[in-house]
Design a protein around this ligand. Structure first.
Ligand code: ADE
Ligand code: ZN
Length: 338
């Protein structure tokens, strides 16, 4: 049996994907042109050459520059639709999409423009391709809590389109505790909390995310292995980690994929999911993450099935949706032929 074929074809969910990080250079150039915006790179090739990062901040600087060409509703629609095309190629049938409103509102683009463009694509993807999705509104942690409160306020008229709130951007020096009050207020509004923690920050940031923000999932969380008590607590509270292998490699959180902690985390009893984070910048969508981490860590077919099932089980889909998705996975596994 070809494990590669199995990985490519198994129905999957993606729980950690920044829509701005799915912005392919070709589309970026097209949108820049139609919006009459200069990108500080002469060509797609030159831009791609700049995708060499020493750390998270190196990447974020380029990521925010790229997002700077998005101005109109149709730009956000095109960006999101391009991700759904990738979902089809990767057999992603359910996607939880993060978006960073402040990356755009800070530049004078309205919240309404951003979310309407994304929402239109979501509705079309459901109708045309049968792909279900939901939205995670992420606060930028390098900005103040007051700015996050403004974003929360702006989101309220669109509450029915948003399921969850997250926390992303520069981790070090911006601990979860900085956003305790705005997360409390977000949860009161019905949003389900998640946060990036333990990507570059230490285990104490993960403690803060679970104790102070009450997150339902931890984005990345690789560094939980620094603290045995934390590992026990994550298992006890049944919190899943949204792990992003190629992102960790490209942002130098691991030197080589063979030293990636994914399997260690699984062996400790933590529920792990595999995700692409920012696929346009880190060398591949979800299938590529699965293929490369499988090879690097010699994962078995059973490991792959477990990871895929976790992504549905620990999603924010309804219980009814979850049971339907899990049945599809079981049927795929039973019927799979090389
Ligand atoms: N924003 C987009 N990708 C991110 C990442 N990997 N970590 C933190 N913030 C991000
Ligand atoms: Zn991320």
């Amino acid at each position: 049996m070809s494990i590669e074929k199995f990985i490519r074809e198994i129905p999957k969910a993606e729980l950690h994907l920044h829509i701005e990080g799915s912005f392919q250079p070709e589309l970026m150039f097209d949108i820049a042109k139609r919006n009459h915006i200069e990108i500080p790179y002469k060509s797609v090739e030159e831009l791609k050459k700049a995708y060499k990062f020493g750390c998270l901040q190196d990447f974020l600087d380029i990521y925010y520059t790229g997002a700077g060409v998005l101005l109109k509703e149709e730009d956000f629609y095109d960006l999101t639709m391009a991700y759904f095309e990738a979902c089809r190629e990767n057999n992603i049938i359910f996607a939880e999409i993060m978006f960073d409103p402040q990356t755009h509102t800070q530049r004078g683009v309205s919240f309404d423009t951003v979310i309407r463009g994304i929402q239109e694509a979501r509705e079309e993807a459901k109708e045309k391709y049968g792909i279900d999705s939901l939205l995670i509104m992420s606060y930028l942690r390098h900005l103040s809590e007051e700015e996050a409160f403004k974003t929360l306020e702006q989101s309220l008229p669109y509450k029915e389109w948003i399921t969850s709130v997250g926390l992303d951007s520069s981790e070090r020096g911006n601990p979860p505790s900085k956003f305790r009050k705005v997360f409390e207020a977000s949860v009161k509004e019905g949003y389900r909390p998640v946060a990036h923690a333990g990507e570059e920050g230490d285990a104490d940031y993960i403690w803060e995310a679970i104790d102070l923000l009450g997150v339902h999932r931890i984005d990345h969380g690789n560094r939980s292995l620094q603290d045995e008590n934390l590992v026990k607590e994550i298992v006890k509270r049944d919190l899943a980690l949204t792990v992003c292998p190629l992102s960790n490699l490209e942002l130098r959180n691991v030197d080589v994929l063979t030293s990636h902690p994914l399997k260690k985390l699984m062996d400790k009893g933590i529920k792990v999911t595999v995700n692409s984070d920012d696929p346009a910048y880190f060398g591949g969508h979800l299938n590529e993450n699965f293929l490369q981490i499988r090879k690097a860590l010699d994962l078995t077919k059973e490991d792959i099935v477990e990871l895929v099932k976790n992504s549905f089980q620990y999603s924010f889909a309804s219980e009814e949706q979850k049971s339907g998705y899990l049945k599809r996975v079981d049927a795929f596994v039973a019927d799979f032929q090389d």
